[in-house]
Design a protein around this ligand. Structure first.
Ligand SMILES: CC(C)(COP(=O)(O)OP(=O)(O)OC[C@H]1O[C@@H](n2cnc3c(N)ncnc32)[C@H](O)[C@@H]1OP(=O)(O)O)[C@@H](O)C(=O)NCCC(=O)NCCSC(=O)C[C@H](O)C(=O)O
Ligand SMILES: [Mg+2]
Length: 279
């Protein structure tokens, strides 16, 4: 059964208190960040702090380590330090599949994830998602906006081409894909709208920067009671139709075909996986 990634919380690896606090937070996954959230003067100390923190019990939460890029003085040592002991190593600013090859040699066993946040990365999303070692993709919408010289808009129109290309690539190759962060962490209404948009587009969840954002993401990226009820009734109606020798059913005035049943079963499986997390 697939692990849920409704809420993926960034924590600066230089912040011991926040890393400890995360052990009790309702996050499906945590990104321990060694890259942009950590000042250059703190990089080496943060690496040591994180190695200690990962010895603690994070329960069912996926532990993802975002290392520094291999074009920096810290990247290779980060990769070596977390080649084991995390659930995934997240590589920043992946622009082509060769960027993954470079890290793969240092991290032979742990799954790799890619930050999708450069213009070149958007254009190469398919070859990146096809890389044999990659399991997940994370949208970096702040860096992408910077590269595009785009303005932040509530409807994220300037992001749509990139979000769409990465979603298509992730789905074509069966990878997890998580939406970018919503910076205004005190604006719950704005977060809710952006989560709804991300869910509509097809993302598995949202990356977050503050614990106050967790409940909204968990709610919106988890199946609602109404969706679960519909899924159960679709399966029931379809099975009854099949017993009558029909290939399709009609429910609430809408056609139900096998492809809807595949989605309905996937939604029920996701709800079961979430229930097992207990959040
Ligand atoms: C944004 C923050 C700097 C705000 O911090 P602060 O002012 O300390 O917040 P609060 O006082 O409201 O905190 C309340 C308590 O919650 C804990 N806390 C805060 N943030 C986190 C967190 N992310 N994870 C776990 N716990 C957290 C505080 O420690 C307080 O606890 P307590 O003392 O016990 O009451 C801060 O939230 C923050 O640093 N957030 C993460 C920022 C980050 O990681 N940014 C980098 C990733 S974003 C990015 O780069 C995306 C991508 O690359 C792109 O290009 O888009
Ligand atoms: Mg970034």
């Amino acid at each position: 059964m697939t692990r849920p990634y409704r809420s993926v919380l960034y924590i600066p690896a230089s912040n011991a208190r926040a890393m400890d606090k995360a052990r009790t937070l309702a996050a499906d996954a945590i990104i321990f960040d060694l890259e942009d959230a950590v000042a250059p003067s703190e990089k080496v100390g943060a690496r040591d702090l994180l190695a200690q923190a990962l010895l603690a019990d994070y329960g069912a939460r996926a532990r993802i380590v975002r290392i520094n890029g291999f074009d920096t003085e810290w990247g290779e040592s980060d990769a070596r330090a977390f080649a084991r002991g995390a659930d995934a190593v997240l590589i920043p600013k992946v622009s082509r599949s060769a960027d993954l090859d470079r890290v793969a040699d240092f991290v032979p066993e742990t799954p790799l994830w890619a930050m999708m946040e450069t213009a070149e990365g958007m254009l190469n999303a398919s070859e990146i998602a096809a890389h044999p070692r990659i399991r997940g993709m994370v949208m970096g919408t702040n860096d992408l906006a910077k590269e595009l010289n785009a303005r932040f808009r509530a409807d994220r129109l300037p992001m749509m081409a990139g979000l769409g290309l990465c979603l298509l690539a992730a789905r074509a190759h069966g990878r997890v894909i998580v939406d970018g962060v919503f910076n205004a962490f005190k604006d719950e209404e704005g977060l809710r709208a952006e989560c709804e948009q991300g869910r509509d587009l097809g993302f598995d969840g949202k990356t977050l920067i503050h614990p106050a954002q967790l409940s909204v993401a968990n709610e919106i990226f988890g199946p609602s009671e109404a969706e679960l009820d519909l899924a159960r009734r679709q399966i029931e109606a379809y099975e009854a139709a099949r017993l009558q020798g029909k290939g399709v059913a009609v429910l609430d005035g809408r056609i139900v075909e096998n492809l809807h049943i595949v989605s309905a079963r996937a939604m029920l499986a996701k709800a079961e996986a979430i229930a097992k997390l207990g959040s």
